[in-house]
Design a protein around this ligand. Structure first.
Ligand SMILES: [Mn+2]
Length: 381
């Protein structure tokens, strides 16, 4: 029998206990389609299993940064004591988990990102990349991981599980996070694309309707659906993609989609401007692209870095230049590991993490030059 994901069952049992005891539950997700998808799957699952109203929270990447953060915890403090479940984030938040625990939260981390040398002291960590996890496939999107949790929750509760309503979400998240298309992911994409075809979800019906869907393949899903979901901003701690995919009313969903389409067009133009600026500044003799600007918002840097990385085939580090601190996005050509590269400079960084080919960091502005030199040293080896 195939080994199971470490702690998946522990998490499921703890959540069922919380449902039974009517504890408070906070679902805390990353503000991108994978985080949004994970939140929707877990929220709908526990509601169907009888839990009334979990508190949902998405951090604002511009104002709060990625992952669990102190500002968010201050907002959430009034809900303590509660079970705080982080989805698609948390594995790098050592000090923030400490703060959360002091506030009276019990923290559960469900995160598919790379595990750094130290892990937070959470109550339970479910992360396929953590030590001792024997599950053979390591490249699930976080929504794929949450899907497995959902399935287990339904089965432990002896309730009927309807896979399609979640597979249609998993496919979007898996494609959005650019997870490798093999093993579980291949199955998710195949079955998820089919499920999308027959979706009952007003947000997806509206989205598919407006984008004139034709081929139902990964490329079209990325270009037409994921790009629009990605334009969703986080407003009052809720991501707009989440609001759309949770909407029950088709007319409202259609209006939301129209707004998101406009935002995604604007976003595309802004990304193009940043990319053109990078092209102007680039020095072809440099080993890496390392650039920042006070006018570049963090949320546009991932896609801008992807474009630069595709074109130049070099490691790309882009940051929003702040007076004191700079948050940044990293993209790597295949075969190079962003997290390993940053680990070699970890003393200079406030936080960092992510995947081999797509990652992020936060650094004090005074350390930028040293960080750049440290990276060049790493890539020269
Ligand atoms: Mn993710």
């Amino acid at each position: 029998m195939k080994a199971e994901i470490k702690n998946l069952k522990k998490v499921a049992q703890r959540i069922l206990e919380a449902i039974k005891n009517k504890e408070k539950i906070i679902i805390y997700g990353d503000s991108d389609p994978d985080g949004v998808g994970s939140v929707i799957i877990l929220e709908e699952t526990i509601k169907e299993l009888g839990f009334k109203s979990p508190k949902i929270y998405f951090p604002d990447r511009e104002k709060e940064g990625y992952g669990l953060n102190e500002k968010a915890l201050k907002c959430l403090k009034k809900y303590s004591p509660a079970l705080l479940i982080t989805l698609d984030c948390g594995i790098g938040n050592i000090s923030e988990v400490e703060t959360a625990k002091k506030m009276g939260f019990e923290v559960i981390i469900i995160d598919h990102h790379k595990v750094l040398s130290q892990v937070p002291k959470a109550s339970i960590i479910c992360a396929p990349k953590q030590k001792g996890d024997k599950y053979p496939f390591k490249e699930l999107a976080n929504a794929g991981l949450t899907y497995k949790l959902s399935k287990l929750l339904f089965s432990l509760a002896n309730q009927h599980f309807n896979p399609e309503r979640f597979l249609e979400i998993v496919v979007l998240a898996t494609i959005s996070d650019m997870m490798i298309i093999e093993a579980d992911n291949e199955k998710f994409i195949k079955e998820g694309s089919l499920a999308l075809n027959f979706t009952q979800r007003p947000g997806l019906i509206a989205l598919i309707d407006i984008t004139k869907f034709e081929n139902w393949d990964s490329q079209e899903i990325r270009q037409k659906l994921v790009s629009i979901l990605n334009a969703g901003q986080t407003i009052k701690h809720l991501n707009e993609a989440y609001v759309l995919l949770s909407e029950k009313n088709l007319t409202k969903a259609k209006n939301m989609v129209q707004l998101l389409v406009k935002k995604s067009e604007y976003r595309r133009q802004e990304i193009k401007k940043i990319f053109e600026e990078i092209e102007k500044r680039i020095d072809n003799s440099d080993l890496i692209v390392f650039d920042g600007d006070a006018n570049w918002p963090l949320i546009l840097l991932g896609p801008s870095a992807s474009r630069a990385c595709n074109k130049y085939g070099k490691p790309v580090f882009l940051f929003h230049k702040g007076d004191k601190e700079c948050p940044g996005a990293v993209r790597m050509p295949s075969g190079v590991d962003a997290v390993k590269a940053m680990t070699s400079c970890e003393d200079l960084l406030k936080t960092y993490g992510g995947h081999a080919l797509a990652a992020g960091f936060r650094i004090e502005t005074k350390n930028l030059e040293n960080f750049k030199n440290c990276l060049i040293k790493y890539f020269k080896r």
